[in-house]
Design a protein around this ligand. Sequence first.
Ligand SMILES: NC(=O)c1ccc[n+]([C@@H]2O[C@H](COP(=O)([O-])OP(=O)(O)OC[C@H]3O[C@@H](n4cnc5c(N)ncnc54)[C@H](O)[C@@H]3O)[C@@H](O)[C@H]2O)c1
Length: 438
Amino acid sequence: MDQKADLLKRLNDKTATVAVLGLGYVGLPLAVAFAEAGYKVIGIEPMTSKVESLNQGKSYILDVPTETVARLVKAGRLEATSDFSALKKVDAVSICVPTPLNKTGDPDLSFITSANDELAKYIHPGMVIVLESTTYPGTTREMSLHRLEEARGLKVGEDFFLAFSPERVDPGRKDYNTLTTPKVIGGITPACGEVAAAWYATAIQKVVPVSSAEVAEMAKLLENTFRMINIGLVNELALMCERLGVDVWEVIDAAATKPFGFMKFTPGPGLGGHCIPIDPLYLSWKLKSLNYTARFIELASEINTNMPRYVVSRVQDALNDRGKALKGSNLLVLGAAYKPDIDDLRESPALDVIHLLKQKGAKVSYHDPFVPHIKVEQAEMDSVPNLIDAVRKADCVVIITNHSSYDYAAILKEAKLVFDSRNATGKLGKDNPKVVKL
Ligand SMILES: NC(=O)c1ccc[n+]([C@@H]2O[C@H](COP(=O)([O-])OP(=O)(O)OC[C@H]3O[C@@H](n4cnc5c(N)ncnc54)[C@H](O)[C@@H]3O)[C@@H](O)[C@H]2O)c1
């Protein structure tokens, strides 16, 4: 049988069954996109709370409306399970498992390994598998291909098809989503690329085929390394401007009036999320094994990682200028999520800032409209129930995440002192004696 032609036919007429491994920030929107395109989609997810929620028609990701999940579940197009044997009947699989760092800062590839192990048990002829998790160039070939080929003696590009397609979702973004963001895809063989691109093109508006899985893997790392290094650059610019006594925010806004050759990045209290602080380190780790030091990545990482500490030292200085010590002061941190208008706490610099402030003896509380509860080291904390009341009581309000729902004018009116690490107060905070900006 011609597996490729047969699979392409099932993908085109949507009789193919799709599985998404890992129903997180990436996997759930992707599963929804495939279900909306007309496939029957099974999400395979070890966390039973996510499986139960989805099967009850409830979304647990802010960007995915519950009404959409409920409609697709009711129509029998979307379901979830923790049982990997569902893969027996599946034609097309997207792997969206986490790729974090381990305690020593090296890639933790255990989730990809375990997903490969499960797939190896159930792989069958006529299957297309796409790895979406961000990882170092070569992972799809080195880790997935060998494991999957050796499992049942199937031949890639003939019996089954394997490709890499990086996810580019940006949680909280309103102008682009999984459906409308172009999708780069590179296969292990040309036939793999062709089948994977044909599948994704049935659900995503624009597919960008590239010549290999490695090109697709590296393209993702270029995108995120570009962001990380430019953020490192503006963070260093902020440090330099402070020494020069120049307003870094005004400098950046002025530079951004150039209509070409400049892209605006803004400084802040440090990097957060599952992508920008982590992905470039997958690249530098891989390069180390080839005796090459990725210098830009290491330098930017050093500057970005130090930003929470820098914020704390600036808060300390601001209090000192008003005759107060950090130790014993009441500090209110605004925003715990790593960026505005989302609830994602992963790698959030707010957690580092809170920890460092507490270490120095400050009495710290926090407020976040999206995050009711946090754990910092071993301490549990609840978001303060009355924001303005807490602002009034604080010796200093420290803005870490510029959520758009905050009424900054009201906060400034009631606060004694504000340290603004995001320029959230904008013009209101400029030349305002109560406000110290990063
Ligand atoms: N979050 C983002 O904004 C974003 C953007 C682009 C790319 N990515 C990349 O996408 C990948 C997934 O990220 P995410 O944010 O969705 O992570 P996530 O933690 O939100 O979701 C991953 C899910 O996979 C599940 N899982 C773990 N092991 C599994 C296994 N063996 N089989 C099936 N499921 C398993 C987890 O329980 C979790 O629900 C990562 O590589 C990440 O770097 C993330």
